[in-house]
Design a protein around this ligand. Sequence first.
Ligand code: AMP
Length: 331
Amino acid sequence: MEVVLSGIRPTGNLHLGNYFGAVRNFIKMQEENSCYFFIADYHSLTTHPTPADLHGNIRNVLAEFLATGLDPEKATLYVQSDLPETAELYLLLNMNAYIGELERCTSFKEKIRKHPENVNAGLLTYPTLMAADILLHRAHKVPVGKDQEQHLEMTRTFARRFNRMYNIEFFPEPQAYNFGEELVKVPGLDGSGKMGKSESEGNAIFLVDSPEIIRKKVMRAVSDAGPTEEGQAKTEAVENLFSLLKIMSKPETLAFFEDEYLNCRIRYGDLKKQLAEDIILFTSPIRERILEIRDDNEYLRKVTKMGAEKARESASKTIKEIREIIGISSF
Ligand code: AMP
């Protein structure tokens, strides 16, 4: 069975883009692989969240992932900082990570450009921390977005370097998990581009949004003045609304509005009303579970304790072997 690992940043709430672009695949993956999903709280410290925000965000992310269907019995779901082994492997890998290669990292250069006032060592060594997360479980597959491909390449470099240095085939070289055709891009509501939490206000629909908020956001979505001749090409904003219908609504609903558009009879208000109701139908049960789980300390404690125990089984085994390989052996 392949070992698959993915980190989840504890920032903000999950939106429909996260669900259809990532979480839905995690739920399928957990059926067929040995999956490790962790909440990357160490990683998020580079931006200096307040203790209350950090803890609140971890609670939120945990509740949202559990509510969508990540199963702590099937997958290993843990908080990164619950594994002291993460910090140890990070330290050890840093000894063989060179400043030059870390500085050349695109995401690091991007961070310097955007936040010149906060160029800390944690940011520079973000790729070694990510490598530690992955190599700790000797993972084979990592589902990564385009922005993370370079980091994964660095993980392979660190793994190869370690293997070569100690002349041992210890770490497998992790590969990107490819979802192939299943990858969908969920558009946002502001008329251009994809749904994202840091886009304009009202662009994203969060799983935890109430029906009232969802209706308001969808009714305010950007459209256009409507087609004036038969078969007129759609503007990006309208194309986006149709893409959302395709993801959220029944095929016959999509076909109905396609037909209305083709014949220039379309009323975007009707389309949006239907879209909002179909989104609400999908998100409501998830939202109810999120609200329930978020306040259930006992359940969250149980899940994180179980996750940490399962994760530490593999992590402590890896660290024990690495220590011996490196020469940190007991007398
Ligand atoms: P983010 O919250 O932006 O870090 O996104 C986490 C993951 O969610 C990404 O790596 C993607 O796999 C997925 N994702 C985010 N936004 C979208 C979107 N609009 N459409 C499809 N997938 C998305």
